[in-house]
Design a protein around this ligand. Sequence first.
Ligand SMILES: Cc1ncc(COP(=O)(O)O)c(C=O)c1O
Length: 398
Amino acid sequence: MVFPFLKTRKSPIWNRIAEDDSTRLRLKYDTYYHIFEKQQGTRVYKDGREYVMLSSNDYLGLSQHPKIKEYGKKAIEEWGSSTTGARLANGGRIFHQELEEKLAAFLGKEACHVFSAGYLGCASSVTGFAERKDVIFADKNLHSSLWSGIKLSGARCERFSHNNPAHLSEILREEEEETTKLFVLEGVYSMEGHIAKLPDFVELGKSHQAFIILDDAHGFGVLGNQGRGTADHFDLTKEVDVLSGSFSKSLAGAGGFVASSEDAIEYMRSHSKQTIFSAALSPASCKCAEAALEIIQTETEHREKLSKNLSRYRSILKNLALDTWESETPAIPIVLGEKEKVYFFWKALMEKGIYSIISIAPGVPPGKDLIRTAISAAHTEQDLDQIEEALTYAASKI
Ligand SMILES: Cc1ncc(COP(=O)(O)O)c(C=O)c1O
């Protein structure tokens, strides 16, 4: 018998917290969760030092755009800070509907639903459709939001090697013809910058009657006509059943979306818990996304500047013989292969005033430990000069 007064009142979870190695190491090396006191364009400030931001996903450089700020302020004036609840419970607002209609039309889909985070939208693009008895075929390198959706759906999941339709085809041969199949893909893989081999996946999808879900968080705004994304880039919008994405990259906002047919969106609204039980996208975030969507259709200069910056950045990386994992987009990894090398490279960049992010296994495949960088239309020539100097210095250190 255990006497109640001898019992420790502490849950073992407090030991787990106190002894956690990944947190201890993260705090020791101080690589993540930095707090900046100020931001001006691509420059961020911390402890009196200035850094060029090289890891944010503001691909089109719109985060300080005056029109976006104006729409956001006006939305708060008119609607306040939040609708304080899920849309199923206390309703959506006209600004949700307007953004959804505009986004659906832009993407070439009938309907759309917007979420308060890209993570929720992308998870819902799976949980809204997959059932326990289905089989999901997933690229090994998917984003965490999609893995969450896959797990929550309860469906069996078969992984195929990254962006490898031939491997998927092999796996499919093992499956019963009558199982309901879903393919979960990304348009542009966030860590690697690879563009999905969508034409081959669509072909396979057709021959196996698969339902294709494409998370295009990093293709949206960058690829395709006016930034309609990866499906549009390949002229395969109709063949992709569900498109999902985020407002926090090219649209420089917060929130996410799922786009498909009207029937499919209504179906998702009945079946995805992330859609049913999570508060609506805020008025300011919604109107900021709408402003950004208008900008990408009317101001071509941002994509032009991105492409100019991208070619200079690529040539800097090439001259230094750095391994960029054959990235084809503004999301560019610098693969160094070992976590020690990655750490020293990252520190050298910090020393020279460049802020980037480390990604190591298991976040990336073993041997692919990397520095993840992203180039923006907002980077100036001066930023790029500083990036070049810092990369040259960091490369000499490893
Ligand atoms: C491929 C992909 N999907 C979904 C998300 C989630 O988007 P958000 O950060 O806007 O929630 C991200 C963000 O990192 C992403 O890279």
